[in-house]
Design a protein around this ligand. Structure first.
Ligand SMILES: NC(=O)c1ccc[n+]([C@@H]2O[C@H](COP(=O)([O-])OP(=O)(O)OC[C@H]3O[C@@H](n4cnc5c(N)ncnc54)[C@H](OP(=O)(O)O)[C@@H]3O)[C@@H](O)[C@H]2O)c1
Length: 247
């Protein structure tokens, strides 16, 4: 049985990834801060163990790896999905503390968790799926921290793929997904993002065009278990033909 680590598993996309991995017969180590949501996941699904903690903390990251290894002594894939959008702020209003916290969660955590998992991923010929965003390549007013972090994570994935021929490392673009992060954009984004940038997200919601998390969630789970080496280093849309072929 494959063992897969999923961060940000308490809701949204991460939770959908855990469900699909479970359906496909993988064992999952699921982590996030929300204790009750993780307890519900463990109750609902067999072969899911959880670690409650802040992924921005070194000790949580080490506990996640130790928990995976205690299960079956192996790690087959790591899905770095946990992320925050905040601070939503213009560059002129950037503050050191919120930026540091953001980069710790959105960049340092996935990079460090990958390093901790790497000896086991090399042994299993495993996979790292870093959940990315169009924001990695497209600037959006008010999203300085998020765009910068996703761009950094995209490059970190490319470097990893260059350095590690025995594993497959991918940046996955999940589309615009109906999760709490989108609700935050609609409720808190307008003043800072400006009307034009904000309207697009409001319209997508009003027109029912946000994706059900189960769709990109299924793509991420399939890639975690079966992504071909040819995708390593790629910036891959959730609905790319190579991904659909795995569904
Ligand atoms: N929604 C979209 O349209 C969209 C588009 C492009 C990319 N993405 C990316 O998709 C991924 C999932 O986003 P989502 O939309 O599902 O967002 P979400 O509903 O806000 O979920 C974020 C997840 O990350 C966890 N998390 C946040 N900060 C954490 C921390 N410090 N320590 C541990 N866990 C933490 C949250 O759990 P706790 O709060 O319980 O800790 C939650 O499980 C993110 O990488 C996001 O950037 C989303």
């Amino acid at each position: 049985m494959h063992t897969v680590i999923v961060t940000g598993a308490s809701r949204g996309l991460g939770r959908a990834v855990v469900h699909e991995l479970n359906r496909r017969g993988a064992a999952v180590v699921a982590t996030a801060r929300s204790e009750s949501a993780l307890a519900a996941l463990e109750d609902e699904l067999d072969n899911v163990v959880t670690v409650v903690g802040d992924i921005g903390s070194d000790s949580t990251r080490r506990e996640v790896i130790e928990t995976a290894l205690r299960r079956d002594g192996r790690i087959d894939a790591l899905v770095n999905n946990a992320a925050v959008l905040e601070p939503i702020a213009r560059s002129a209003d950037a503050e050191a503390g919120p930026w540091s916290d953001h980069l710790e969660i959105n960049v340092v955590a996935p990079v460090h968790l990958t390093a901790l998992a790497l000896p086991y991923l090399r042994a299993s010929g495993g996979r790292v799926i870093n959940v990315s965003s169009g924001a990695a390549t497209r600037p959006l007013a008010g999203w300085g921290a998020y765009c910068t972090a996703k761009a950094a994570l995209k490059m970190a994935t490319e470097v990893l793929a260059t350095e590690e021929p025995d594993i497959t490392a991918i940046s996955l673009r999940p589309g615009v997904v109906d999760t709490a992060m989108q609700a935050t954009i609609r409720s808190d984004g307008r003043k800072v993002m400006g009307a034009a940038g904000h309207d697009r997200f409001v319209r997508l919601h009003e027109d029912g065009e946000l994706l059900d998390p189960a769709l990109p969630g299924a793509a991420i789970a399939a890639l975690a278990l079966h992504a071909p080496k040819s995708l390593s280093g790629g910036f891959v849309p959730w609905d790319a033909p190579e991904v659909r072929a795995l569904l």
